[in-house]
Design a protein around this ligand. Structure first.
Ligand SMILES: O=C1O[C@H](COP(=O)(O)O)[C@@H](O)[C@H](O)[C@H]1O
Length: 243
């Protein structure tokens, strides 16, 4: 695990954009393509806008980039809460990413059907071999959830890499999400977390006593690669250990 801590959110975003470009170009050089699972929520939109900006856009061969979603809300793809819609506006449309490079969750299906279909699409993408994404981007919720692995939900108990329809009893909704074993197969995992409101969750994820039911982000621990945290000083303010 590596922590990258910067004074401001803009510096965090800039560093993560550089990291994304590096990992993408390394993957394309090594394997001819780059597979990335995007995160949703409030934090990553600015990252996607930065990657699509004129200063960054021509530094990656986007025709060789394949986009997936680490989690998705159970809403139509044109709904304001859709992670796909956010990425489409901030990243896919400005970069003119072709449809064949985008693997969105089919939320017109039932949650279980959507999760199963997405798992099958991922397995097919990886030719039924190890489902190891080049990069999984993650956020961190105030309750220490990541992707849509929320506290005390069924998907936390999974031991086999897959995509799950995770029921959130408190909200009475489903989210479609990579489970932790699938995330942990990735070659690179990067958390993007900024703002003082996230400081307790960052502490819980990294330094609190282990309790994965309460702090699901503690489940994230790459098997084959590295977990990088991109934080601003406000989000890292409660950390006590030396890194
Ligand atoms: O990894 C993720 O984390 C976020 C946390 O969202 P935020 O809005 O509190 O930044 C989560 O909800 C999101 O869908 C997911 O991809």
């Amino acid at each position: 695990m590596k922590l990258n801590i910067f004074p401001t959110p803009d510096e965090v975003l800039s560093a993560l954009a550089e990291y994304f470009i590096q990992v993408a170009n390394d993957a394309i050089a090594a394997r001819g393509r780059f597979s990335v699972a995007l995160s949703g929520g409030s934090s990553p939109k600015k990252l996607y806008e930065l990657l699509a900006s004129t200063s960054h856009a021509d530094r990656v061969d986007w025709t060789k980039v394949y986009f997936f979603f680490g989690d998705e809300r159970n809403v139509p793809q044109d709904h304001a809460d859709s992670n796909y819609l956010m990425a489409k506006k901030a990243l896919f449309a400005p970069l003119m990413i072709q449809g064949e490079n985008i693997f969105a969750v089919d939320t017109s299906l039932t949650p279980n059907e959507a999760a199963q279909k997405y798992a099958e699409q991922i397995a097919e993408f990886f030719n039924d071999e190890e489902m190891s994404f080049d990069l999984v981007l993650l956020g961190l919720g105030d309750d220490t959830h990541t992707a849509s692995l929320f506290p005390h939900t069924a998907a936390l108990n999974d031991v086999t890499p897959s995509v799950k329809a995770n029921y959130l009893p408190e909200k009475d909704i489903y989210r479609i999400t990579f489970n932790a074993p699938l995330i942990n197969e990735a070659k690179n995992i990067a958390f993007l977390v900024y703002g003082e409101g996230k400081a307790p969750a960052v502490y819980n994820a990294l330094e609190a006593e282990e309790d994965v039911e309460l702090y699901p982000a503690q489940l994230i621990d790459s098997i084959v690669g590295e977990v990088q945290w991109f934080l601003d000083e406000a989000a890292a303010a409660n950390l006590e250990e030396e890194y």
